[in-house]
Design a protein around this ligand. Structure first.
Ligand SMILES: [Fe+2]
Length: 203
């Protein structure tokens, strides 16, 4: 398994309406890169010849030492998170919007439910929109750097959208007001990316 540290898909200051550039710089260049480097160190001790990518590794993550689970999750989750945001916002459209409105009645209803999970998550972790193994949309939360691709996650599924609710994601600008960060975050969500993820399952 060969893993590269990913480029940010936009300039570091381009999400400033929600995330200030100092937070982005620390988050990407220090936190994310730190997880990447620790993961590479930990995974070098393991035979991964049969494993092609992180998604495949996560299916049996429970057999590996905690540093592989924690840093591998930190690596994957942040790479996915950057792609869930954009400086060029547009509303959710297409089959994903239809499916969200079928389940939560309105986009506002979905955003309220997702925001409630994200803001009420205890301590560090992540809020996800996934397609579960019954091919249903679900909102789930994970602790630390776990994700719904891992065998240790009680509700597993295919990630469509994620929000990082670790304090390092928002504390410089929003201090203890995680809900204010979440409210602002909806204006930078990359619905195009979410729609493309959803479309790979429902062609
Ligand atoms: Fe983070």
């Amino acid at each position: 398994m060969k893993i590269q540290f990913p480029d940010l898909p936009y300039a570091i200051n381009s999400l400033d309406e929600c995330i200030d550039s100092q937070t982005m710089d620390l988050h990407y260049n220090k936190h994310h890169r730190g997880y990447y480097e620790k993961f590479i160190t930990a995974i070098e001790k393991v035979n991964t010849e049969e494993i092609e990518n992180l998604e495949q590794l996560f299916k049996n993550i429970s057999i590996y030492e905690p540093s592989i689970r924690n840093n591998g999750g930190g690596l994957y989750n942040h790479s996915f998170f950057w792609n869930c945001m954009t400086p060029d916002y547009r509303d959710c459209t297409g089959t994903l919007r239809v499916a969200i409105e079928k389940k939560w009645k309105t986009m506002a209803g979905f955003e309220k439910s997702f925001s409630d999970v994200a803001s009420n998550h205890f301590a560090s972790g992540w809020a996800w929109l996934i397609v579960d193994n019954n091919r249903e949309l679900q909102i789930v939360e994970t602790a630390n750097h776990d994700n719904p691709l891992m065998d240790v996650c009680p509700t597993k599924g295919f990630p469509i959208l994620v929000l990082d609710v670790w304090e390092h994601a928002y504390y410089l600008r929003y201090k203890n007001e995680r809900s204010a960060f979440i409210n602002a975050w909806w204006d930078i969500v990359n619905w195009k990316h979410a729609e493309e993820r959803y479309a790979t399952l429902f062609k």
